[in-house]
Unconditional design. Sequence first.
Length: 268
Amino acid sequence: MADQSDVETALVTLASAALYPSGTQVGSVPGVDCRIYRGWPNAAALDADLRAGVVNVTVFPGQGGRVTTRYQQLWAATPTPATLTASVSGLSVSFGGSADLGQSAGILVDRRTYAYRTQLGDTPAAVAANLATQARADQIILLSGATLTIPGAGRLLARVVADASAQMEVRRQLQTFRVTCWCPTPAIRDTTAVAIDQSLAGMPFIDLSDGTQGRLTYAGTTVFDQAQDALLYRRDLIYSVEYATTLSATQPAMLFGQIDINAATVPA
């Protein structure tokens, strides 16, 4: 799930990319060293950095925030490709690939279905053997390695599915964040702030660590030039981010289902 800290981390990453577009091994846009981090700066460390000509850029949440939930709570699953394979040739089914955990394999013989869920240490041959054991209760099964043959089968299907990752949004919130540029000169302050703001202006959405996105909106700018801090020239870029709190789960996929044809239920 996305937390406030995930949004802060995303903004730190984006600010860093704006100030070091070619990487930190190359000089920054303002031409001086820049520290970009979450939280409020330590006064003594900040003063030392400013005297040394080092820029600090901090990301700090604003006060308050509000809930903006407006969507139904529904699970949304992302299909995962199976690493185990199954192919049908005539009256035979062959399994291949890798029988990793979190997969289900099955065969449909005429109107009967047989399913097996992979276990730790399984191989395609082990999957075939387990399905053969189940199906032998109803018909003759010939097993050879990872291939099973069903003599006399009228309809033969084989499928493999993998568990899917699913998310459900349980809350949505709007929170403001301050991207603050602490700089030793007005010129460096302006260059630093412009680089960050121009970069973020082209990003209506930002990617978060749980795979969701936050809606990024510019909310204003504040400038501080205080006489008592002769070396401190500060500009706050204020953004609001609307992001979701989600729950994550792993859900099994359907292997075989049923459909109704002419008032008769048929496995599919």
